[in-house]
Design a binder for this molecule. Structure first.
Ligand code: SF4
Length: 629
């Protein structure tokens, strides 16, 4: 949201003759657009202000603080001469005059009618293929921990036509991914425009409409599902996303619109905050965990393979160990593709700060947060592995962030997962940033998926087709009109020759042993990865066994003893590559030793498989499995 607001401010200041400086040190005016959601964000702003007033600022420089922190802290920002101008989120139109004339130094008035609908945002170049469009501001929900309603004011939506004009103009300028923004984006309602659907406001099944408003519940006006559909039509080849929604505003109409509109990303942010009904009540979220879980089920039923993300707070006021376990269970059960997890930090003026006791000690908050992060990562890795061997529609962004070698590019799929693949297609043509491509995923490295691009796609709605009987993916060849299957030998051969090499990781003591085991399973030369630290302990060792056990023995549960997981490995190994060597690993054996032995086992197993010149599966039930060759 702040990026979108900065773009509005850029337009207003350029209109008044100001130009961007090379650096903050050389600028006459420095603007800090701030967030107040968490204390840490505000601490960073205080540090930045002191830096600017110290040696890093320019003599006579004007420092203006904008956004939520300006709204919350107000004239305290003038303390010690740190800020010269303070402007809240609804007063940006006054900023040029405030900087020019300096007759007024603060304006933090909240204005229910301000939505900057007539200000066309000025974008920065590095977001050339992606852009944000603000459709709604403010929030009427009043969750007890949240500062947003106090610094952003009541909900108001832009008119449909101004949004469609902005979307169309972005599309015409070459933008290929548009994200609709709002504090409660899916409660969008333009009461001034006649709806083609004429439907009353609906909530997600089982959710309580805890904010009553005649205007909102009226029959007239355009709501979110209709806006989504019209935006998707205004930018036909571009991918459409939205954030940040509230779970109560996902009636079936919204889910069905996402499912049936090809260029809307099959991804939903579904902020849960907690898995405990008691905490949800205290947070004033307006739903029970059961209602939230059924919404997830409904979303997955209506939008096959939808990517889900969420927000969670660890250690909210009065959270017991049992409440925490309920949240852990929710994360484990749902297996989110992305999550934003934070320890609770009390924000002044919120109902929670006024009425509830922030009584969970900070060390417990940190411990619970870590457990939530671990559970999320385990689920995300499992989701990533499910994506291996399938084709994904990717928007090419450019060189990967981490240096992975020449000729590789990265891009994102519908679920915002990063994919890395060679920039050349099998026919030798090059993919460019802004292109959509069909990428066959080869393997997962943590959260990143590695693969090969099979072909350029026509746009965000050009998804691979799926054979109803076999589930196999294919697409239609533009030249011949014939079906081309992802597994077609010439296609795979061409793609294979372009496949990036298996990363040779230096296993430092910081690498998880789980990564090591996975590498052993996929590496062409397993002996190259035997440098697993013998002192791998705790989470590293647990990861190793979980990863290894899930790969070869899906029945091993998440909290199985390391010994049990290891026994499964031995069993699987013996099943297809029996040898004279006996690996005698007891349940109590030091985990580092077990890992090293496992590495030797896989080395032997791979050699045995090579000797037999065959591909072997490792499942003990004889159905499906994984090859080590
Ligand atoms: S819905 Fe979101 S923005 Fe609104 S009060 Fe709740 S957490 Fe804050």
């Amino acid at each position: 949201m702040n990026v979108a607001d900065s773009e509005v401010v850029r337009t207003l200041l350029r209109g008044d003759g100001l130009r961007e400086a090379e650096s903050a040190a050389s600028a006459d005016v420095v603007l800090l657009n701030t967030c107040a959601i968490r204390e840490k964000a505000e601490q960073k702003v205080w540090t930045r202000l002191r830096d600017l007033r110290g040696r890093k600022g320019k003599e006579g420089q004007t420092v203006a603080v904008l956004g939520c922190m300006a709204e919350r802290v107000k004239d305290d920002l003038f303390r010690d001469g740190l800020a010269d101008v303070v402007v809240g989120p609804d007063a940006y139109r006054k900023l040029p005059a405030m900087l020019r004339d300096r007759e007024q130094s603060i304006d933090v008035t909240l204005d229910r009618s301000e939505n900057y609908a007539d200000v066309l945002p000025t974008r920065v170049e590095h977001t050339a293929h992606g852009a944000f469009v603000s459709i709604q501001r403010g929030c009427d929900n009043a969750c007890s921990y949240c500062i947003v309603p106090y610094v952003r004011g009541r909900e108001r939506s832009r008119s449909v036509q101004t949004i469609l004009d902005e979307v169309a103009s972005l599309y015409d300028s070459g933008v290929r991914e548009i994200t609709l923004l709002g504090q409660n984006v899916n409660s969008y309602h333009d009461a001034t425009t006649e709806s083609l659907k004429q439907q009353p406001r609906e909530y997600s099944t089982g959710f309580v409409p805890f904010v009553k408003s005649d205007k909102k519940d009226s029959q007239t006006g355009v709501r979110f599902a209709e806006l989504l559909e019209r935006c998707a039509a205004a930018a036909p080849d571009a991918r459409l996303r939205f954030t940040s929604p509230h779970p109560k505003d996902f009636p079936d109409d919204v889910l069905e619109t996402i499912a049936r509109t090809p260029n809307i990303a099959k991804q939903i942010h579904m902020p849960a905050q907690s898995g405990s009904d008691q905490m949800l009540r205290r947070m004033r979220r307006g739903y029970t965990c059961e209602a939230y879980r059924s919404l997830i089920q409904r979303a997955r039923a209506v939008i096959p393979d939808v990517a889900l993300s969420s927000d969670f707070i660890a250690g909210f006021c009065g959270e017991s160990h049992e409440d925490h376990l309920r949240t852990l269970r929710l994360i484990e059960d749902v297996r989110y593709d992305m999550a934003f997890l934070f320890a609770y930090s009390s924000r002044e003026k919120t109902p929670a700060a006024r009425r509830l006791e922030d009584d969970v000690p900070s060390d417990i908050k940190k411990k619970r947060l870590q457990e939530l992060i671990d559970a999320f990562r385990t689920g995300r890795e499992a989701r990533s592995r499910e994506r291996v061997g399938r084709i994904h529609l990717i928007l090419v962004e450019g060189a990967p962030r981490r240096d992975r070698g020449a000729d590789l590019v990265s891009g994102r799929d519908d679920g915002n997962r990063v994919h890395v693949f060679p920039s050349s297609l099998p026919d030798g043509t090059e993919l460019l940033p802004g292109d959509f491509a069909h990428v066959l995923v080869d393997r997962a490295e943590g959260a990143t998926l590695i693969g090969v691009a099979l072909r350029r796609a026509a746009g965000a709605g050009d998804r691979p087709l799926v054979d109803a009987e076999t589930g196999a993916e294919f697409f239609i060849d533009e030249q011949t009109g014939a079906s081309r299957w992802a597994s077609e030998p010439p296609l795979v051969a061409a793609a294979s020759s372009a496949r990036p090499p298996v990363a040779t990781r230096a296993f430092s003591t910081r690498a998880t042993a789980g990564d090591a085991i996975e590498e052993i399973l996929t590496a062409a030369t397993p002996s190259a990865v035997l440098g697993i630290p013998k002192d791998a302990t705790g989470r590293d060792a647990r990861d190793a066994f979980l990863t290894a056990s899930r790969l070869v023995h899906p029945d091993i549960c998440a909290d199985a003893r390391a010994g049990a997981a290891f026994a499964a490995l031995v069993e699987a190994y013996d099943a297809f590559a029996p040898s004279d060597v006996k690996y005698d690993i007891s349940q109590a054996e030091f985990q580092g030793d077990a890992l090293t032995t496992a590495a030797w086992m896989w080395d032997d197993a791979a050699a045995a498989a090579r000797r037999h010149k065959a591909r072997h599966t490792l499942d003990d039930d004889g159905s499906t499995g994984r090859s080590v060759m």
